[in-house]
Design a protein around this ligand. Sequence first.
Ligand code: ZN
Length: 111
Amino acid sequence: MTDPADREFRLAFWKLHILHHASREPVYGLWMLRELEAHGHRLSPGTLYPLLARMEARGWLRSTGGRHARARRAYRITPGGRRLLAALRDDIHELYREVVLGREPRAEGRR
Ligand SMILES: [Zn+2]
């Protein structure tokens, strides 16, 4: 699929994408695999499920159901996940302005 350097960056994008969808409705592993594939990212279940488990261990997602069938586990965003997503949205917006649009940050926005 992707080389390790590429993958290191994309892991962050995939997590963000999962967090985004989980903020709107419960997401399921199989659905998320298809969703990522529709965006051109072919992940194996062996990549996605451990990713979901790590996101749950970090407290950003909470899963229910599917005790014996991981494909049926529903993942929902937690309040902590929602706060993280809101903060990341601001970062993405700023990064997008600079990396994609080529606009320098405004002086008052500098850290
Ligand atoms: Zn999507």
